[in-house]
Structures are given as C-alpha cells and as structure tokens.
Design a protein around this ligand. Structure first.
Ligand code: ZN
Length: 99
C-alpha cells in the first residue's frame, strides 16, 4: 500500500516533497545519508538544521561527508537517481543569517 511520506517537522503533517541528504563515504562504500524529509514550507528551516547537524558531526579517519543538499523526493526512486536542486540550496543558503 502506498502511503504519503510526511514532512519531518513536528506538527507539520504535510506530504514531503524534498529530501535533505548528504553523500557519505568511507572510501569503500558510499551512501546518501538522509537528514530530513520536508514539504516546501519547512524546507528552509530543515535545511538549516541539517547543515548545523552536519557541522557538529565528527567523522572517523577515512570518512567523508558532504554538506547536506536538497533533493527532489520521488517515490520508488533509488537514492542515486534523485535529482539534486543546487538552485534551491543557494537560495536557502543566502537566506541564512551570516555567521
Ligand atoms: Zn513541513
């Protein structure tokens, strides 16, 4: 049975249409590490939170983790086939308070 994937933001309840994820690798295997699933309205907040989490993340020797990016969430699509949205990422990054 198909059920909608919901936005991760507590209390939102909207279907998620974006995935915030970062490519992780230990040099041998590579995977897309999901930080959040989001509706359009919560994307800015969840993207910011994911980037904060990313900077707090400590990696073991040999591991690499990219900064989280925004991907279009498509049902039944494998991670490798997800469409990345750098345009949205830069829009969202520009709206961050400079630190
Ligand atoms: Zn939401």
């Amino acid at each position: 049975m198909n059920y909608p994937v919901l936005c991760y933001r507590p209390g939102c309840g909207q279907p998620a249409i974006y995935k915030v994820a970062a490519r992780w690798s230990d040099g041998v295997t590579q995977e897309l590490k999901t930080y959040a699933l989001s509706c359009a309205g919560c994307l800015a907040a969840q993207f910011r939170k994911s980037r904060e989490k990313r900077s707090a993340c400590r990696l073991a020797a040999g591991e690499t983790l990219e900064a989280p990016g925004v991907y279009e969430l498509a049902r039944g699509q494998r991670d490798a086939a997800l469409v990345r949205r750098p345009d949205l990422e830069s829009q969202l990054t520009e709206s961050f308070p400079s630190s």
